[in-house]
Design a protein around this ligand. Structure first.
Ligand SMILES: [Zn+2]
Length: 253
């Protein structure tokens, strides 16, 4: 299977500046518009992304990867802020803001593009995230239907594995994975958007934008299937990060 996106269209956006850090993350979004309209909307709002992937899989480039696009906003992952400076941002067009299935051609194009970016910038698996992962109280995208499992099977991001951690401290697990746990309920709900979508309600797009996480999601924290999922995903993250540290240690000493 060839991964290379078939079409690159250029639609330069002006809202960007210079990076303060080098690229170490990939952030995936979804937007409730088709590409041309969505790019105009970003421009209107004084925002940008490096790439926009249209419904037919066409890839639009709006900002050079060298530059800092304005897509992440106030966000945090693994204790790192200014994620715009550290990341490449990709918007995937989607009518229901990621609540129903994504198109095959879009996902094929996205997979190809992610492979290229990950290789170009040497991005680690635990640093491939969705907007909702890095801004749990503010953002619902790329949405509960985003095919994280399929991407992880291609080496993009992390998914479930055989190991389960025996850790029981939910906040520690969420925080070590990378989530900002200032609002633990929001972090838990963001975890579900990514890893346990059956726990996430489908909402009208308008309400989804206004209310990215329900106020009563604290009950998730004691739910057995949530804890079980978290213990599994946590084990995969810890293993990935441990292996990276070990290979860094071997390389440098
Ligand atoms: Zn977004």
């Amino acid at each position: 299977m060839s991964y290379r996106p078939s079409v690159y269209n250029a639609a330069p956006l002006l809202h960007f500046n210079q990076r303060e850090h080098s690229v170490e993350m990939l952030v995936i979004h979804s937007m409730a518009h088709e590409a041309v309209e969505g790019i105009a909307r970003l421009d209107e709002l004084g925002l940008s992304a490096h790439y926009v992937i249209d419904f037919d899989g066409a890839v639009w480039q709006c900002v050079s990867e060298e530059d800092r696009a304005w897509h992440a906003g106030v966000s945090l992952w693994q204790g790192l802020d200014d994620i715009n400076s550290r990341s490449i941002g990709i918007e995937v067009c989607h009518n229901s803001l990621g609540q129903s299935k994504f198109g095959r051609r879009q996902i094929k194009a996205l997979t190809g593009l992610c492979h290229e970016i990950i290789e170009r910038w040497d991005i680690e698996r635990h640093m491939v995230v969705g907007h909702s992962d890095i801004a749990p109280t503010r953002k619902p995208d790329p949405g509960k239907a985003f095919p994280w499992e399929e991407l992880a099977a291609e080496g993009i991001g992390i998914w479930y594995g055989k190991q389960f951690s025996e850790e029981t401290d939910v906040i520690k697990m969420l925080s070590d994975i990378g989530y900002d746990t200032k609002d633990v309920g929001a972090a838990a709900y963001a975890f579900c958007r990514h890893f346990l979508p059956t726990k996430v309600k489908t909402m009208p797009v308008r309400r989804l934008l206004d209310n990215p996480y329900p106020k009563n999601c604290d009950e998730l924290l004691s739910s057995p299937d949530f804890i079980r999922a978290l213990q599994n995903i946590y084990a995969q993250y810890i293993e990935t990060i441990y292996q990276l540290k070990r290979s860094y240690f071997i390389r440098n000493f």
